[in-house]
Design a protein around this ligand. Structure first.
Ligand SMILES: [Zn+2]
Length: 446
């Protein structure tokens, strides 16, 4: 290409760029000046634990400007949203989802068919629906805990959400996840056949570090690591799980990820794998089915987050007298005890369901009732889905609160969730980033 043509080409690009920038700026300015007032019958503040009647939230653009007692004066031109019959709360945060999983029926091919037979575009289309479901159920932020063979698909879904092309929550991605040879599905095929894996497989600290670098380079906000894989009940009736990464391997990952100022989430059921996760400096333990007293103390000392995902371990138990049936029951029994110990010790617990591991048609708020049944107060349960994960995600004061300066992520429910936690399973109003995505209320221009 000659110089003259290059000049013309760059000239055109320059004009295009200027036009695009102008268009974007205008759109942002129009949005930024829009004022919305929400009238809240009751407003729950997870930070103080207080519930105040007749409050008013003023939103400018995508941020909350002020919160206070309802007044009769509304800024001129403001849109008023009347939620005076509802309880208003901050948008909730789900810390363990899989938008690229659909809880497939094993009889219909289960997990394997997704990697073996489904085109990626089909999986992305379904992930788009999953993201929408999270939003309409009041989860305005999710930490998605890996794509299960769908590569960097979560980064693409996040882009489309952030550009306003599809409705969805704020997404913290973890892309492909990491485990070792023998440490993840697909498995059980003839050794002569190479099958895809639901994670990036590494062996050795050099490969471990390289995988973390690659994933962060391509947009992973978090790195997800499987520190245990198979689990079973031994001859004494104890739950055992197979460790995956060595201490050296997990340390290579946490060292790399922390250098990028990002965090590592570790799937860990019990035993040696869980111990290596803690010794290796994992930031959050996912599931943690059987945590010893010493491990609880270590988590407390290190400030490790705990994302238990309770409800999923009560689904579809195998028949009682089979090895799988024994394992399923042991998992649930141990998990309940671990959760109670974590609660007693004051560990930092965040709300997560592992949805995608079961169907997105089910309520995403179903873990709340398990948490409360096992001794957590409804207020603490609400905190586990608001201020606690906001802290874990480095978003304190930005999400999980209704306060001046925070993003306008606001939901409403009927009834009082501080008395009846199940109220959180029926979200009637959703605003994210100042935009209404679900509303039963009359919205009147002022
Ligand atoms: Zn999971």
């Amino acid at each position: 290409m000659n110089t003259k043509r290059l000049v013309i080409l760059f000239g055109c690009i320059g004009i295009l760029f200027a036009l695009t920038t102008w268009a974007q700026t205008s759109a942002t300015n129009a949005n930024a000046s829009a004022v919305t007032v929400i009238r809240a019958g009751n407003l729950v503040d997870p930070t103080s634990g207080e519930s105040k009647p007749n409050q008013e939230i003023v939103i400018r653009g995508n941020r909350i400007e002020s919160v206070g007692a309802a007044s009769s004066s509304v800024p001129p031109g403001a849109k008023v949203i009347d939620l005076s019959n509802a309880t208003v709360l901050p948008g909730m945060i789900e810390s363990h989802t899989h938008i690229f999983l659909q809880g497939e029926d094993p009889a219909l091919g289960g997990y394997d068919i997704q990697l073996l037979k489904f085109p990626l575009a089909y999986r992305a289309a379904r992930a788009t629906v999953s993201a929408h479901r999270a939003l309409e159920q009041g989860f305005t932020t999710i930490r998605d805990m890996e794509t299960e063979g769908a590569g960097y698909g979560d980064v693409g879904i996040k882009m489309a959400v952030n550009e306003g092309r599809i409705p969805g929550p704020r997404i913290f991605t973890s892309t492909r996840a990491i485990s070792t040879t023998g440490g993840y599905n697909l498995e059980g095929y003839a050794p002569e056949i190479e099958v895809p894996k639901g994670v990036q497989i590494i062996d050795g600290p050099v490969q471990a570090r390289k995988a973390a670098r690659e994933q962060m380079d391509h947009g992973a906000d978090w790195i997800k690591v499987y520190m245990t894989h198979r689990s079973w009940v031994d001859k004494d009736g104890n739950l055992v799980s197979q460790p995956t990464l060595t201490l050296e391997e997990i340390k290579a990952i946490t060292d790399e990820v922390h250098g990028w100022h990002r965090k590592v989430a570790c799937h860990a059921y019990s035993g040696e794998g869980l111990q290596r996760a803690l010794d290796g400096g994992c930031d959050s333990i996912e599931h943690g089915l059987l945590i010893t007293d010493a491990q609880i103390a270590q988590m407390k000392r290190q400030g490790t987050w705990y994302c238990p995902t309770l409800a999923i371990y009560y689904k579809e138990w195998s028949p009682v007298n089979t090895p799988e049936g024994k394992r399923d029951r042991a998992r649930a029994a141990d998990h309940e005890q671990s959760f109670k110990k974590a609660l007693q010790a004051g560990l930092k617990i965040v709300y997560g369901t592992d949805i995608g591991g079961f169907s997105w048609d089910e309520p995403i708020g179903q873990d709340f009732s398990y948490m409360v049944k096992f001794g957590m107060s409804p207020l603490e349960a609400l905190r586990s889905a608001t201020i606690r994960p906001a802290d874990m995600l480095g978003m304190t004061g930005q999400i999980g609160v209704i306060a001046p300066g925070a993003y306008a992520d606001i939901i409403a429910v009927e009834g009082d969730p501080l008395k009846n936690i199940e109220a959180l399973e029926n979200v009637t109003f959703v605003m994210k980033d100042g935009q209404v995505f679900k509303s039963p209320a009359s919205t009147t221009p002022h």
